[in-house]
Write a protein that binds this ligand. Structure first.
Ligand SMILES: NC(=O)C1=CN([C@@H]2O[C@H](COP(=O)(O)OP(=O)(O)OC[C@H]3O[C@@H](n4cnc5c(N)ncnc54)[C@H](O)[C@@H]3O)[C@@H](O)[C@H]2O)C=CC1
Ligand SMILES: O=C([O-])CC(=O)C(=O)O
Length: 328
């Protein structure tokens, strides 16, 4: 029997939590022979609902679920954790941009960053999902003294999956045929889903889809606005697909990346691709051992891409400016 992996999930009684916990507990994240401990963190008003979720986890009798600890104490919640999944925070409503949540959600990530630094396992990796996730991740990273910056990630995998699905539909192929899709910048309406480097069955997307106007227009705006479209349709923000994005992100960071491909996740920039150092920006990354990761070098950025990446980076700089008071 392998040693269990400990996963902490904040906002565990929320919409995303309700989908995510069962995927993790069933083995979808770490495999069918890997036991997991779940440390489930909620605020006091969410504890009653969390009790019900824990009952349902019990009722699944998952072979891979070792232990469940529900708590509203951050130190207990992050104790010994290998993966801190920071989901808990307020979602936006129709008519809002994700950055409108900064004032409400930003401060949550100071205490969580500190508690991760003080309690987590020495190999802890943190994935921020709560919006605006790039800047919340920046706040948590800043607060987590002693935890290396390269252990902090913010989620843009849902955007990558959305973009792949749109390209596959347009080309009339299965989404498995789409590779090398990078989301650049912020998980916001300025994000840039890069069709110029993406491939379909190994061929440049621009050779397979000749409708350049669609690629430059409707494709980009559909991906940028997909979260808002779901809120309009469902009356609540995406949850099952977001949970799936979390599972995919962790799987991609813990397993070698297929040869020649990459995945999208927002990481702390070291100035790669001209993106300002210290920002949490989405870019193409890969891992060969499922532990350390690297930014993919040599991805070509044409003038069209450059303008869009710069616009999203500019927004990240403005968000960073807006949360200066939360950064020590
Ligand atoms: N990065 C991404 O791709 C996506 C991000 N999101 C974001 O994920 C977040 C969560 O979404 P939902 O689950 O739909 O929201 P929800 O409102 O259903 O659940 C959030 C949960 O977090 C809890 N919570 C609030 N503050 C907390 C704190 N300080 N500590 C622990 N728990 C806390 C609440 O009690 C609630 O149960 C939102 O900010 C949403 O915008 C959603 C979809 C995709
Ligand atoms: O749009 C939202 O507010 C939720 C989210 O981040 C997404 O669905 O991408």
């Amino acid at each position: 029997m392998k040693d269990p992996i400990t996963v902490s999930v904040t906002g565990a009684a929320g919409q995303i939590g309700y989908s995510l916990l069962f995927r993790i507990a069933s083995g979808a994240m770490f495999g069918p022979d890997q036991p997991v401990n779940l440390r489930l963190i909620e605020i006091e008003p969410g504890m009653k609902a969390l009790e019900g979720v824990v009952m349902e986890l019990d009722d699944c009798a998952f072979p891979t679920l070792n232990e469940v600890v529900p708590t509203c104490d951050l130190n207990e919640g992050f104790r010994g954790t290998n993966w801190a999944l920071l989901v808990g925070s307020v979602p936006r409503k129709a008519g809002m941009e994700r950055k409108d949540l900064l004032g409400i959600n930003g401060k949550i990530f100071v205490g969580q960053g500190k508690a991760i630094a003080g309690n987590a396992a020495s190999d802890v990796r943190t994935l921020v999902v709560g919006n605006p996730c790039n800047t919340n991740c920046l706040i948590a990273m800043n607060a987590a003294d002693g935890v290396p910056n390269d252990r902090f990630f913010a989620m843009t995998r849902l955007d990558e999956n959305r973009a792949k699905s749109q390209l596959a539909k347009k080309a009339g192929v299965h989404q498995n045929a789409v590779s090398n899709l990078c989301i650049w910048g912020n998980h916001s309406a300025t994000q840039y889903p890069d069709f110029t480097n993406a491939k379909i069955d190994g061929k440049a997307v621009t050779d397979v889809i000749s409708d350049r106007a669609w690629l430059e227009g409707e494709f980009i705006s559909t991906v940028q606005q997909r979260g808002a479209a779901i809120i309009q349709a469902r009356g609540a923000s995406s949850a099952a697909s977001a949970a799936n994005g979390v599972v995919d992100t962790v799987k991609s960071l813990t397993n070698p990346t297929p040869a020649g491909d990459w995945t999208s996740v927002a990481v702390c920039s070291n100035g790669e691709f001209g993106i300002d150092t210290g920002l949490i920006a989405s870019m193409p990354i890969r891992t060969s051992d499922g532990k350390s990761w690297e930014v993919v070098e040599g991805v070509e950025i044409d003038a069209f891409s450059r303008d869009r990446i710069d616009a999203s980076v500019q927004e990240l700089k403005e968000e960073r400016e807006a949360v200066q008071d939360l950064m020590s």
